[in-house]
Design a protein around this ligand. Structure first.
Ligand code: HEC
Length: 456
């Protein structure tokens, strides 16, 4: 027998053996490359390492998770929030240092961090970030132009376990006929100790924004909304969000939301020393009702569930949320010339970290902001029950709207991944099949994307 024939027979045998040994295995799904695609198809010609997504979510609960020191006195309050944030920062420092200082060798998979699926087309090919919130000119005193924000979300292995529970191994979230998530409630909930980070980058750098002096710059290759072609952009890392599922220390909501901001005034060679806490929040302070005419740049003493670091750089405190609740410079909590009851407010503080994350649910029945007509920049009054809905303290299991599937405050899943997934289902649905429209009422996904775009 000649060797070619031998090889052919061996190959056929091997193939048959493989087929027989794995009768239950589904054939390689065609959707997999889209669900877990790393980045957009436009890649620079002469490039180094490209961004690699990590969606190999763990199927077992990992052993090492974030734990506070014994010294920490539960529960969270304004006196111990800074210490909490410091411990959390220490916990994530090795990963952040590697990301910031040795980005060329950073590989999420190797470091044990994971990404949300389905949005590869929107990720830049170098850092893997995508355009998030943009700030109109006038948001910051020291910025004289529109500013674009880019974000990269990182889930630790415990948080990624929940991504696996929702998206499985192929990204296909089970849905009912009426397009609701068909999973047990618990599967959409994060486990105690789960940590999620969001790194935010600004396209306005130190040459045009003095607060960014000395900030770490990165190259991305992206399509800014105003670009006609893909090109390199320099961006500065200026905000690092850190959130933890912690029902012991935050019993009413189950979460601690905190954020670090770049502070050029810190004299240190260590880049992470220059990221100082802007604050933390573990609830929305539903009882504290202040007039929207009052604009807060410091700790509002009435608040019990937000701690603000009054010595964080001024630019980061220009964008606090309603009544001084926590929100960061990348988060869009201030509506410039927002309208309430027919009156225009130059700086309307109208949301907060946890308020905006509260409607993280499927089918996204409520908008993210307490807006009456977002296309006209009109908001509810702070005395309106509609507004107050956005400042409730809910547990992750309690959906914002009755009967919805809750994603436990996770907006990257609710707003980004689910949206892209439903769009994919829409695009592949044939005429005879039911279309997976996003919501029956209005397309809140589209409205929010439009709202976040820069209006020239
Ligand atoms: C106006 C709405 C809004 C505000 C305010 C807001 N976020 Fe978010 N957040 C989002 C959206 C939307 C996403 C999904 C990514 C994107 O499109 O930017 C997100 C993503 C995140 C993520 C990734 C994981 C997840 O839960 O989605 C973290 C962590 C996060 N935000 C933390 C914070 C923190 C901390 C603050 C306050 C300092 C904050 N956010 C304020 C809307 C908001």
């Amino acid at each position: 027998m000649n060797s070619c024939l031998k090889l052919l027979i061996v190959s056929v045998l091997l193939l048959a053996m493989y087929a027989c040994s794995t009768p239950e295995e589904p054939s390689v799904s065609v959707v997999e490359p889209i669900a877990f695609k790393s980045h957009s198809d436009s890649v620079p010609k002469h490039h180094g390492k490209l961004f690699e997504i990590n969606c190999a979510y763990p199927k077992e609960l990992p052993h090492s998770v974030f734990k506070l020191s014994e010294a920490f006195q539960s529960p969270l309050n304004k006196d111990n929030a800074a210490a909490y944030i410091q411990e959390l920062k220490q916990h994530v420092t090795p990963a952040l240092e590697k990301f910031i200082l040795d980005n060329a060798n950073w590989n999420a998979k190797k470091e044990g961090w994971f990404h949300e699926p389905w949005i590869g087309d929107t990720r830049d090919p170098i850092l893997g970030c995508y355009n998030g919130n943009n700030n109109q000119k006038g948001t910051f005193k020291n910025v004289n132009e529109n500013q674009l924000g880019y974000v990269l979300v990182l889930y630790d292995s415990l948080a990624a376990f929940t991504l696996g529970e929702i998206f499985g191994t192929d990204g296909m979230v089970p849905l009912t006929k009426d397009r609701k998530v068909d999973l047990e409630k618990e599967k959409g909930q994060f486990k105690e100790g789960a940590v999620i980070l969001k790194l935010a980058f600004s396209n306005v750098n130190q040459d045009k924004w003095s607060d960014m002096e000395g900030a770490r710059e990165f190259q991305i290759y992206n399509n800014n909304p105003s670009d006609t072609v893909y090109k390199y952009h320099t961006v500065s890392l200026f905000q690092i969000d850190m959130i933890v599922k912690d029902s012991k220390n935050s019993p009413t909501t189950g979460w601690m939301f905190s954020t670090l901001v770049y502070d050029k005034s810190v004299k240190s060679k260590n880049i992470l020393d220059k990221f100082v806490p802007l604050g933390g929040m573990w609830g929305n302070d539903p009882e504290v009702n202040t007039a929207v005419s009052e604009v807060y740049y410091d700790q509002n003493p009435l608040l019990q569930e937000t701690w603000i670091n009054n010595s964080a750089p001024y630019y980061s405190r220009e964008t606090l949320g309603w009544g001084g609740r926590l929100s960061g410079p990348n988060d869009g909590a201030v509506a410039l010339n927002g309208i309430v009851n027919g009156k225009t407010y130059e700086r309307l503080q109208m949301t907060s970290c946890m308020s905006c994350h509260l409607p993280a649910q499927q089918k996204f029945a409520s908008f993210l902001l307490p807006a009456k007509d977002i296309t006209k920049n009109i908001f509810y009054s702070n005395n309106d029950p509609e507004w107050k809905r956005y400042f409730r303290d809910l547990k992750g299991t309690e959906s914002f709207d009755p009967g919805e599937y809750s994603f436990d405050y996770d907006m990257a899943i609710a707003f980004k991944s689910m949206k892209a997934y439903l769009q994919y289902l829409d695009s592949t649905a044939t005429q005879n099949k039911q279309r997976y429209m996003t919501t029956d009422k209005q397309d809140n996904y589209k409205l929010f994307e439009e709202y976040r775009k820069i209006k020239e």
